[in-house]
Structures are given as C-alpha cells and as structure tokens.
Design a protein around this ligand. Sequence first.
Ligand SMILES: NC(=[NH2+])NCCC[C@H](N)C(=O)O
Ligand SMILES: [Mn+2]
Ligand SMILES: [Mn+2]
Length: 300
Amino acid sequence: MGKKTISVVGVPMDLGQSRRGVDMGPSAIRYAGVIERLEKLGYEVKDIGDIEIEHGKMIKDEKNGIRNLKSVVDANRKLARTVEEIMKEGSFPLVLGGDHSIAIGTIAGVSKFYNNLGVIWYDAHGDLNTSETSPSGNIHGMPLAVSLGLGEPELVNIAGYAPKLKYENIVIIGARSLDEGEKELIKEKGIKVYTMHEVDRLGMSTIIEETIHYLKERTDGIHLSFDLDALDPIYAPGVGTPVVGGVSFRETHLALEMLAEENLITSAEFVEVNPILDERNKTGSLAVDLIGSLFGERIL
Ligand SMILES: NC(=[NH2+])NCCC[C@H](N)C(=O)O
Ligand SMILES: [Mn+2]
Ligand SMILES: [Mn+2]
C-alpha cells in the first residue's frame, strides 16, 4: 500500500459508547495474529503499543448529555500526536480500536499531511451526530461530524485545526441505521452515501469502482475508517451496536481487495471489536482477515 512499513497502534478505549468491553479490541486483534499476518505479507511492522487511556467510571456531561467528553478528548489528543509521528516517519498508520470515537484522533493526526484527505467510512452508521442530534450522547456516533467541523469545540479542535475533512471528500458505505439529524445533514450537504439499498442494487464491485473513481480525482490521500459493525452480525457478532441486514463477508473482502489493487489507502483504522460480546474471537479474527485483504492478501 505505497509504504513498506506499517505502524500498528492500539487504542483501548470504550468511553465513546455505553457498553463496556470494546477497550479490549486491540488485544483481541493482536491475539488473532495481526502482526504476524502483515509480516508474512512482506511488510516491516512496528507495533508501537497502546495509547494510555484514563479508565474511570462512565459519566454523562452535565451540560449537554455527552458521555465522558473529557476522557475522550484526552485520548484523542494523545492518539493524534502518535499518528502524526508515524506520518512523519513515512510509515503507514494502522490504528486498532477501541470504539469509533478514536477516528477523531486518527484523522486529526493524518489530515494535516494532505490538502484534500479522502475518507471511506465503512459502517452501518453515519456517525454524523452532534450533541444536538445525538439520541444517545455517545461520542462514537459523532466522529465523522466532528472531523467535518461540527459539534463540541474541544473535539472539533483537537490537534489545533479544523475542519479536518471536506464534505465532498467522504464516501460512506454500508449505512443502514441513520438518525434523523444525520439524514438531514447528508441531504443538505450532498454527502456521498452507499446505503445497503445501493449495496444490494449495484453490488460491491460497482460501488468500489465508483468510490475509487470519485475519490481519485479530488483527494491526495485516502483514510479507511472501518467499523466492524458494517458487516452483518452473522459475521461480526462482537460489536456494541449491531444492525441486521449488513454487508457480507465476501462483499467486504472484495471491497478491500479492490482497494489493495489500487494502492490508494494511506491510513486505516479498524474499530468497535468488543471481545466480551464476541463468540470465541470471531470478530477479532475477522478484523485480521480483513486487514490481510487490505494489505494485499489474495486467495491465490
Ligand atoms: N460507531 C458506532 N458504532 N456508532 C453507532 C452510533 C449509533 C447512533 N447513531 C448514536 O449516535 O448513538
Ligand atoms: Mn457503526
Ligand atoms: Mn462507526
């Protein structure tokens, strides 16, 4: 994927949502063999360990109902700095979550290296809520909005600049659970979304061809933000917010294999693996299989 060195960083955080356990995601993915898998593909892999997270009680912010705002801000500041260091070294940042709120830090660390960072948001959800539109107060439902400059100023201004992304540079794939405020924002800003309706109708191969064509001409780097709950819960039971009717195992491998062929992805994160809700690390192993495909693994 362009660079031969991959730097793996774990973010053991579950404070962006309300089900405990997703903080063990990085361990589950490492246990399933991610480092060895990447080394086998010929990469030099540096496992730089985990970001240090304050583990405390879950708290709702009195002001606006947001959960654990301070701790999530703190974690994402640290992550942004770490990812920035990886970028400076010319290595590929591969971030293991943790809940999806960590995308705020990853994107903050990556985006300053590009004029037009593109993002592929592979997810059952839009993660486009702000404190006004969020039904839950969970920050993992907000990271894409935050990266676009919407929401709590402490989140929006992480790494000292905002916005990190432009509306026209993002593509959401796999959506099937969008809140009212998210739907309005998508329509108002014309955000490119392939919902499950389009996945069924066009097929994944067409969607990825279109996505590549669309992002290639307007971006100078592409971040893949991969939420395991995009897949159907049959394949990915170990996630905190499962939604039926998801993308299949093969459709997802195809998507990642096609992205690997084009060599366009410049950073990635795999998030929302919750080992406590999982079946014998099925979702952790799935993440490793998918990471394999993203980095060029093929059946033959
Ligand atoms: N990254 C995720 N799994 N996000 C789920 C978000 C669910 C819902 N839209 C919310 O804002 O709470
Ligand atoms: Mn999701
Ligand atoms: Mn998500």
